[in-house]
Design a protein around this ligand. Structure first.
Ligand code: ADP
Ligand code: MG
Length: 312
């Protein structure tokens, strides 16, 4: 039988429940946790947390070094999904990567939802046309999914609009817990359909409106953290692109430079591998800026939103 977290000495039912709620639901996750985080989340003393972590390290296979060659081989399975704009694809080194989370953040109307629609259409395209020949999951938290827009974009790519719509599966999330639940359920869908793209539009809106005030910030960040890790796990297991959107809030303390900050701060920033900041420009133009990429240079480019979708 596989060990569960209850098998760890010092983890009773109540502690196990708290750990699970915060996303520490297997031995490995606890083995690599920091004692301080674990203590804070489960309400145990830091000394006790250290003992639990040490026990978890004994059971978990933590010390796996891989050679650069092994990692390179794994990375060869990574596929890149086109955004429709070759400018933006180039900025991203070819498109959105599978096995990673790509976050688009920007003000209302900056084009985040438009890009999500385009990615959904592109993922359904045949491999010969640069697509993934895949079904798509969309978790829609703001009720902004529009099948009419999919039809326009599908026609522009010479795709059958009905067939395209059939491959895009949309779930409306009514609150943050529902959103988390839907992300967990995504795996059930992936067993039935070939899913290579999972979209959450928007990642943060429910969290932002439900957890207001300083007192609830820690809980919000914990839940967001867990949600992001669920998404990343899905991306890794199914070799899927994870695309999420995020709003910005103005930081009044910033006097120089751009005062707009993405919601969710470090938690979202650390888990998303690629972050793209969208700004409005003239007419249908948008400026897309790549931020904090692990191996691509920072930079920006211009994309256009038209009736046919996202282009240069
Ligand atoms: P966000 O999700 O960042 O709030 P959206 O993706 O909803 O923003 O972007 C909305 C903008 O997209 C509109 O203001 C408009 O400029 C553009 N847009 C939406 N539909 C079309 C269309 N059919 N043709 C051209 N532009 C469109
Ligand atoms: Mg939107």
């Amino acid at each position: 039988r596989e060990l569960t977290i209850e098998d760890l000495p010092g983890v009773g039912d109540a502690t196990a429940e708290k750990l699970r709620e915060s996303g520490y639901d297997d031995i490995m996750t606890i083995a690599v946790a920091s004692p301080k985080d674990l203590a804070e989340i489960s309400g145990i003393a830091e000394g006790a947390a250290i003992k639990i972590i040490n026990a978890a390290r004994k059971y978990a296979d933590v010390g796996n070094f891989e050679t650069g060659e092994e990692i390179l081989n794994k990375r060869k399975e990574i596929k890149k999904l086109t955004t429709g704009s070759s400018n933006l694809d180039n900025l991203l080194g070819g498109g959105l990567e599978t096995q990673s989370i790509t976050e688009f953040f920007g003000e209302f109307g900056s084009g985040k939802t438009q890009i999500m629609h385009q990615l959904a259409v592109n993922a359904t395209m045949p491999v010969e046309k640069n697509g993934f020949d895949s079904d798509v999951l969309i978790i829609d938290t703001e009720n902004t999914f529009r099948p009419e827009r999919i039809i326009q974009m599908a026609r522009a790519k010479d795709l059958d609009p009905d067939q395209t719509l059939e491959r895009i599966h949309v779930a409306r999330a009514y609150n943050s817990h529902h959103q988390i639940l839907l992300a967990e359920k995504a795996a059930d869908m992936a067993r039935e359909y070939r899913i290579r793209l999972l979209i959450v539009d928007s990642l943060t809106s429910h969290f932002r409106s439900e957890y207001v005030g300083r007192g609830s910030l820690a809980e919000r960040q914990q839940l967001l953290n867990r949600h992001m890790h669920d998404l990343l796990k899905f991306g890794t297991i199914y070799n899927a692109v994870i695309a999420v959107t995020n709003q910005v809030s103005a930081n009044p303390a910033v006097f120089f430079g751009d005062p707009m900050n993405p919601i969710g701060g470090n938690i979202v920033g650390h888990t998303a591998t690629f972050r793209i900041y969208l700004r409005k420009a003239k007419a249908g133009k948008r400026i897309a800026r790549l931020i904090d990429s692990p191996y691509l240079p920072e930079g920006e480019t211009v994309i256009t939103i038209t009736e046919s979708g996202i282009t240069d």
